[in-house]
Design a binder for this molecule. Sequence first.
Ligand code: GLU
Length: 307
Amino acid sequence: MDANDLPHGAGRYAPSPSGDLHVGNLRTAVLAWLFARTTGRRFMIRMENLDRTAEGSDRRQLRDLAALGLDWDGEVVYQTDRLAVYQRVIDTLRDEGRTFECYCTRREILEAPSAPHAPQGAYPGTCRDLTDTQRAERRAAGRPPAIRIRADVTEFTVTDLLHGEYTGMVDDFVVQRNDGTPAYNLAVVVDDAAQGVDQVVRGDDLLSSSPRQAYVATLIGYPAPVYAHVPMVLNSKHVRLSKRDGAVTLADLAAEGVGVDRVRTRIAHSLGFAGADEHVELTTLVERFDPGALPREPWILTPDEWA
Ligand code: GLU
């Protein structure tokens, strides 16, 4: 098959269904959709529900995304339906000698002297080279191990459409927690590859995780995606937006008389693609979208925005 015949790749939005989406999440979702749709990509939604979830919030998140005008391809993927897939990947990495069992508590990690030349915050290597006897002792103590990747690099470079070539730390990070749950940094990589995702658009709080994820992707044999880590939405104290900031979800804003059209307008305005009071549909934004012109600074959202 000629390269030109290959199906286009995909973008995605991957919320954690732990509550309703706030304006910051919605803005990131709009950007992910715009990046995908303006480059001929499919757009997928994945519910990252391996951690704490709030009953029904997946359905409310999907409803809100649709109300803004987003559409997506295929079925929504739920990570809890994919546990066997993650386990196979983790087992393969183990069989290839790419992982080790880690018996450390969080406290032991914090208190351990860091390895020479290791970057700040890196796993100190305590369990990396345990002898068989030491490992047997730890096992016998009864605390189940987490599984860590045996990284053979200390940093890795990714390509980011907003941040350029970004090099960040890679350490022996956890791929499976000691309760058996696959770690986010592993699941996200396995899922993106399975869904054909080659463009990852998300909040720039995750920029520093991308080298670990791209590195483990190459270990598994997946191509690394191209990233776009987009600025966050902050409150008037310049802290990441949260439910504590009052009416920041579509439901709460609607209760105050702020409809979804106005929210879409203000999101588009904050990105520089619409006038402050101009009615816009996402299809209009497709025509105006210019990734090079995106703001590089966070959007400071105050309640005045809706006055
Ligand atoms: N589930 C993550 C979140 O809601 C996003 C993960 C990702 O986009 O890679 O913050």
